[in-house]
Design a protein around this ligand. Sequence first.
Ligand code: NAD
Length: 344
Amino acid sequence: MPKVGIVGSGFIGGVHYGSHSKLSDSQVIAICDTDIEKAKKTVRGEASGGNLAVEKSKPIGFDPAKIEYYSDYDKMLKNKDIEIIDVCLPTYMHKEAVIKAAKAGKHVICEKPMALDAKDCKEMIKAVKKAGVKFMVAHVIRFWPEYVALKELIDGKSLGKLLALNLQRHSPTPTWTWKNWILEAKNSGAAALDLHVHDTDYVLYLCGMPKAVSSVGVKGCATKGVDHLSTQFFYKNGPKVTAEGGWAYAPKYSFRMAFWALFEKGAAEFSSLNYPMTVTPYGKEPFKPKLLTSDGYTNEIAYFLKCVKDGKYPSIVTPKDARDSVELVLAEVKSVEKGKPVVL
Ligand SMILES: NC(=O)c1ccc[n+]([C@@H]2O[C@H](COP(=O)([O-])OP(=O)(O)OC[C@H]3O[C@@H](n4cnc5c(N)ncnc54)[C@H](O)[C@@H]3O)[C@@H](O)[C@H]2O)c1
């Protein structure tokens, strides 16, 4: 059973811990956070969440009493029993954390976005390749039940070709992070790279790299970066794809993500707030498709652990996919700033 060390025990570190806890073949043996008390709170189920609930289940594959706590990441990396490092640190720390883990011979799953720019992504890819370790960026939407079902609907072609797709993601301003790191655009890439990247990455997953993007957006509401944007992704002979999202909403605004997909022979729609995924074919009754019963975070972690166990490199999210999603979001940001389309 793969032995895991989590680094970063804030909001998403708590969510990942909850997912590892649900898996019979995951064994968290170490957690590192500069604030060890925070890590202990996560394990006791007392951590509070961000814009999603933090899971509070009792681990089934490991004994939480045996977890070793570290405040120094370098020391945790010296623990020879750890095979996998799960990086849940602030985005601006991803590059160094992933490279160090790879050099220590650990397989790595790292939160999205991979890094702040394509150059950093390239260095990370070089390091994991050189070390020969498995590496996956946790692009959770590729594993999220409704989005998995939409991809299956597209690939299965039961509704014909996808003609148009609109993706939405809206969040209250994130005020829960350690030292408010997320509200410094230079550390997080603002809503464009932190939040909207989920949809950009999903567009890449479904349709590949577009020929160009045209974005409009709003800067300087919550950070000095792009806090809200709306993008048109251009494909030659492909579907008409748009995505909009941001985090400039008031604290009491409810987080939501949604999609609308128009096909030749019907449509599919979903909103996390108030509309379970529904498929409406021409000439037939609308229906709710069968969805995966486990959540996206647990699915992505289970998948990565299986890849490590089977000695396979992850193919659902490759390092190149994760780098491309950073590159594509940065093209969207450029389009907002220049006020014109950006050709890729
Ligand atoms: N996939 C998702 O849905 C999702 C959701 C939220 C965040 N994220 C991503 O997860 C990452 C972390 O975000 P978060 O919201 O959990 O942030 P956070 O601020 O809540 O957590 C970061 C944690 O890192 C710890 N830390 C800081 N420096 C450290 C160091 N040198 N060594 C060890 N620990 C250190 C902090 O004490 C804190 O507990 C970001 O990249 C973010 O984009 C992903």
